[in-house]
Design a protein around this ligand. Structure first.
Ligand code: 7PM
Length: 272
């Protein structure tokens, strides 16, 4: 798949490392708030085998407050500029704001990762004006309230229908279909049962004919299912990444790059 001037084969699953530059990131506790720390973390993730780095300056955690645009820009733009001169990996901007998308691509971002699937004001148009790849994620409701009472008729069918509709909106705006990646959005307006149904049903998303991205790393579904605190979710996160890859997921979005890359290497020996 092409990511602007970079190409990444999705014939084997790729690892996207999460580089969170927000001070209130739920599992990093703000340790990587500063530029040097972010660059050091990025360097380690690239060494460990990440081929995509996801840079987010907006916390999308359930109940989180909105980050003002100026603050989000101030957090992510210098980091993207620094990363694009230093590393040859695909750089992803995790944002829902049109202005941040545009500035991030100017700074060197190759992929727009939007948990709102380009539904916010101006996002679809700005994305269409860039040549970046786009990840469309499903969310039911708004970050502040999405976990209050998630409801679906059939979670797989409903999420697929939404993603298909957003893919069509992109195509209608002049975005080529080969720029699109889809993501069922684990934890975004889903109960434990919904998340489990989606994890068991990843292979059913392939009829949308787009690479599937899966983000389950350290998520609360493991807390609910296994009673594990966020610091105890490494093993379930890696196992779930393998289960997703086994069903054809193209990109795994993770905190723990080295462990996930090891696990996927093991999976690869059993393929074919
Ligand atoms: C608190 C709770 C903080 C959850 C952060 C999160 C996804 C994403 C996020 C995903 C895509 C996290 C999430 N999750 N983008 N951004 N897919 N495409 O666990 O699943 O990092 S934020």
């Amino acid at each position: 798949m092409k990511f602007r001037n970079k190409t990444l084969s999705l014939n084997s699953p790729q690892v996207m490392g999460i580089l969170n530059v927000t001070p209130d990131s739920f599992s990093d506790g703000g340790k990587f708030n500063h530029m040097d720390a972010a660059l050091a973390q990025a360097e380690q993730m690239v060494k460990d085998g990440a081929t995509i780095l996801d840079i987010g300056g907006e916390s999308t955690r359930p109940g989180a407050e909105d980050v003002p645009e100026a603050l989000e820009l101030q957090r992510v733009i210098p980091i993207i500029e620094a990363l694009s001169t230093r590393f040859d990996v695909v750089l992803s901007i995790d944002t829902s704001k049109a202005v941040v998308m545009r500035e991030a691509v100017v700074a060197g971002a190759d992929l727009i990762n939007d948990v709102c699937a380009l539904q916010l004001e101006g996002a679809l148009q700005v994305a269409a004006e860039t040549d970046a790849a786009i990840c469309l994620m499903h969310m039911q409701g708004q970050p502040r309230t999405m976990q209050l009472s998630p409801e679906y008729e059939n979670v797989i069918q409903d999420v697929k229908a939404f993603l298909q509709q957003r893919m069509q909106a992109c195509i209608d705006s002049g975005i080529s279909k080969d720029r699109l990646i889809i993501d069922p959005g684990f934890g975004f307006g889903k109960t434990l049962q919904h998340n489990c149904d989606l994890l068991a049903g990843i292979s059913r998303f392939h009829d949308l004919r787009a690479p599937v991205l899966v983000g389950v790393s350290r998520k609360s579904m493991f807390g609910a299912l296994l009673g594990r605190d966020v610091n105890e979710r490494l093993v379930p996160s890696v196992v779930a990444a393998v289960l997703a890859a086994q069903q054809g997921a193209a990109i795994l979005r993770v905190h723990d790059v080295k462990e996930t890359v090891d696990a996927l290497k093991l999976l690869s020996i059993t393929q074919r």
